[in-house]
Design a protein around this ligand. Sequence first.
Ligand code: BG6
Length: 482
Amino acid sequence: MSQAPPPSLFIIFGGTGDLARRKLLPALARLAEADRLGRCHVVGVARGTDHDDESYRRLVSAALVEAGLSEKARNAFCASWVHYQTIGEGTEADYEALGARLRALEAEHGLPSNRTFYLSLPPKAFPGAMEGLAKVGLDESDGWTRLVIEKPFGKDLASARELNEVTHRYFREEQIYRIDHYLGKETVQNLLVFRFANAIFESMWNRERVQSVMITVAESLGVGTRAGYYDGIGAMRDMVQNHITQLLTLVAMEPPSSFDADAIRYEKIKVLKSISAIDPSNVIRGQYDHGQIDGEDVIGYLEEAGIGGSSTTETFVAMQLEIDNWRWKGVPFYLRSGKRLAKRSSQIAVQFRDVPVSLFRAMGAKLDTTDVLIITLQPNEGFALHFDVKVPGDPFRTRRIPLSFDYGDLFDDIPPAYQTLLLNVLSGDQTLFVHADEVEHSWRLYTPLLENPGIIHRYRSGSWGPREAEHLAIPERELWQV
Ligand code: BG6
């Protein structure tokens, strides 16, 4: 996809907000700088009536300074491509005014009526914005009209269904781009290449050869300033239901019939449908206590600003589940995610089955571990296949060594997820976006667990989670704890 996307308007609701300033506008400006954006004009939309094009351009420019863009890139982007329109109180007249402004910009810049509406808003504001657009006919145009929304897509199965229903009332599924930013990460996309462009691993990617699979998304950061969003939500909703489940489907899916959005999403949905109900006794929840991260003292979750002292929100969850299909029956999949863990590390560990008979144990070699493939998604993106070799000389000894590949050694520029995702929206490629059915099938798995949350274990900040969760992991701890 090296061609620039067709000319269009990119309209950001919440255009003065945090996500727009930190991620969306820098991603668009970088694409423009690299000449990848084509003739795409950005329209920031927000409630405020105190902005005009000029003052909004100053706000955007400040955001681009923060993001590290050069003065030349900032000026070029802001002066030519950035506009502002208020949505006031969100009345029908306000939406009419928005429509008139979009048509005027299209006329002025000779653009077809290709429009992307990015709702960078809290989810409770989605229905109102979608209805507002539809009421004045902005849900369709003579060109294309696309809608982008961000997680959370509901907080359980019922609310996810309701959101899908409301969204489909105004937009067709092929217009809707649900963002899970993990799908925009290069290493996550590379999972598909790794699996389906290389016969060697695919032939081992099944219950005959694989002993277990573990997906870990560990963060060293705490809840920070996001207490208002996070408390009452917790790790299962924030990370497992979306990001980790997406990784799981990519690891476990069958080869799609082609590399297109429908074929890939169909296979991902099949995985979700095959996952057996998760046994609550295979789920461990935890909450971080005070401790140390990188030698610095950090406070516990309950002491964080904005968190009630009796909160039972989990900041860690580990679980084991099973995929009940021909490829994976009997192979445990472990999912783990937590905040304030020892370090930031996202990885997929595929543990292969041991040899049927160990020839070397009798010779005193210590061979109590199996071969493991570690796919590191961040940081230090890369692959490592850990296996045993003989240490030269006597006595007979073996040592586990990695055969590894590090992205950073080969490629200097790994584009940030939003850059990839926004370009795909503009090019009309839904492969890296989440289908309505994926959202519902995923919530079907976790909603029963959320309804009966069970006890919460404390863990020290800077550790790898509560001790009670240690059995929900591959035994090769040293491979994912360092
Ligand atoms: C977000 C979660 O979706 O992903 C955050 O809401 C989390 O709580 C973040 O910190 C992690 O993303 P990344 O790209 O830093 O791994």
